[in-house]
Design a protein around this ligand. Structure first.
Ligand code: PLP
Length: 398
């Protein structure tokens, strides 16, 4: 008899986005006007940049010619893309080798799959509130999770405490809170990991939103991180690849952990073995598009798109300030995590804002217990919709 992985039964019903969608739909049916403005979306609205499209078109053409056709590519990704990423990191004085970079079909897959190379008896530390993939991928394996509180008191940037953990998930700039760790704070986590022989899983999916020179884009800007951290990154929010799918994972050669027999095992080697067994690479056409992001033209174009979203975030922040509503994020991040006015619970505020202003966001409680009382707005709408939504919020609270 086939038995199931019972751990799946311990997953909480992932009802956050289905529930918000259902409430919006019911509201729209009763109230056809004004149009509901969706400020909860985590997807980008701007299209792929011209440099990316041109590179993809050229690659498409190559795939249709006998002399330049390519079949299966290297599981780890084409050298041309890995070289472009190495060069990108070197701009911040992070020196990597192409063998330390793994091209993926997006950060979500690698963040979910990285659990394969760690044993089930690891203690996992996860901030609360959090991007739900970290929690669910560990629940699926029945692993013990220790939550670490992110809250208004620590600016949603929890630091190590006296508890021991073997694996720690960090996300900066953070989804959902928009908070960004500085170098000193990350140095505390690196030092914790080195002391505890722990591994940091650092999610840098939003690094390209960082505009302040002093904030770290990569965990490897912290000395010693190459011995204790794996970094995940994505072209989704950087360059509009949410539908095209491309990301990368960095596992330094210096990152080793002991096997039960006491040998030093390279995590890079384990992940390479995992990927060559279970993954067959990202399409050549997509990788050519991703490489174009790092060209001079590509960099200018993606910066323009990110500037557009950051200006939306600034407009949201300005409105909230005018209304006297406290919030986190919104700088160096597309996410704004606001304190629900009048101590409203976050689902109640969702209904209130929908009902009174026809604006939809995401209740913070959906990201963890500490998200209760908070509400996430994103900067991924169009400028027009962002301004209109903020006018409605200002009319309600200012
Ligand atoms: N990490 C965080 C924190 C995210 O918010 C997201 C997407 O929303 C991802 C990873 C996944 O990105 P990708 O589209 O590359 O799978």
């Amino acid at each position: 008899m086939a038995t199931i992985n019972e751990n799946f039964l311990n997953l909480k019903e992932s009802y956050l986005f289905s529930e918000t969608a259902a409430r919006i739909k019911a509201f729209e049916e009763k109230n056809p006007s004004p149009k509901v403005i969706r400020m909860g979306i985590g997807d980008v609205t701007l299209p792929l940049s011209a440099a990316v499209v041109e590179a993809m078109e050229n690659a498409c053409h190559q795939m249709g010619q006998q002399s330049t056709f390519r079949g299966y590519g290297p599981e780890q990704g084409y050298e041309f893309l890995r070289l472009a990423i190495v060069e990108y990191y070197s701009r911040r004085k992070v020196l990597l080798d192409t063998s330390e970079i793994f091209i993926s079909d997006g950060a979500k897959s690698d963040i979910g799959n990285i659990t394969d190379i760690f044993s089930n008896d690891n203690i996992i530390m996860i901030p609360d509130p959090v991007y739900p993939v970290y929690v669910d991928s560990n629940i699926m394996l029945g692993r013990k999770i220790e939550y670490i509180d992110a809250n208004a008191d620590n600016g949603f940037l929890p630091l190590p405490d006296s508890r021991h953990a073997d694996i720690v998930y960090l996300c900066s700039p953070n989804n959902p809170t928009g908070a960004v760790y500085n170098k000193d704070q990350l140095a505390l986590w690196v030092s914790y990991a080195l002391k505890n022989d722990a591994v940091l899983l650092f999610d840098a999916a939003y690094e390209c939103f960082i505009r302040s020179d002093s904030l770290p884009h990569s965990i490897y800007e912290i000395p010693g991180a190459e011995k204790c951290a794996i970094e995940f990154c994505s072209f989704s929010k950087t360059a509009g690849f949410t539908g095209t799918r491309c990301g990368y994972t960095v596992i330094p050669k210096a990152l080793t952990r002991k096997s039960k027999t006491g040998s030093d095992i390279s995590l890079n080697k384990l992940w390479l073995r995992r990927q060559t067994t279970k993954f067959n690479g990202v399409p050549y056409i997509v990788q050519r598009g991703a490489a174009a992001v790092f060209s001079e033209e590509g960099q200018k174009q993606v910066k323009k798109s990110i500037d557009y979203y950051l200006e939306n975030a600034r407009i949201i922040g300005e409105t909230l300030k005018k209304c006297g509503i406290a919030y986190f994020g919104g700088e160096s991040s597309p996410y704004i995590f606001l304190e629900c006015p009048n101590n409203m619970p976050s689902w109640e505020f969702f209904d209130y804002l929908l009902d009174k202003a026809a604006v939809a966001g995401t209740p913070g409680a959906g990201f963890g217990n500490n998200g209760e009382g908070f509400f996430r707005l994103t900067a991924f709408s169009t400028r027009e919709n962002t301004i209109e939504a903020m006018n409605r919020i200002a009319n309600l609270f200012a």
